[in-house]
Design a protein around this ligand. Structure first.
Ligand SMILES: [Zn+2]
Length: 67
């Protein structure tokens, strides 16, 4: 299970941590109210939907829900 470390950082199942600017996350949350959007960080991606981060896409583990 991937997890949110703080407002703009996420930890993947594989141990990878993705850090973003809080401003970027707020923008993605706003955009995700209308449709699913994803944010790339290296080979990892974060999927946002309905105003929050819901999944982390990992090159090793596949799609992990964010708790
Ligand atoms: Zn990962």
């Amino acid at each position: 299970m991937a997890s949110e470390i703080d407002i703009s950082s996420y930890r993947c199942d594989c141990g990878y941590e993705a850090h973003f600017f809080p401003k970027t996350i707020r923008q993605m949350e706003r955009m995700s109210l209308k449709k699913r959007v994803s944010l790339g960080e290296g080979r990892h991606g974060i999927v946002f939907h309905r105003g929050k981060a819901i999944e982390m896409i990992c090159p090793q583990k596949g799609t992990c829900p964010i708790e």
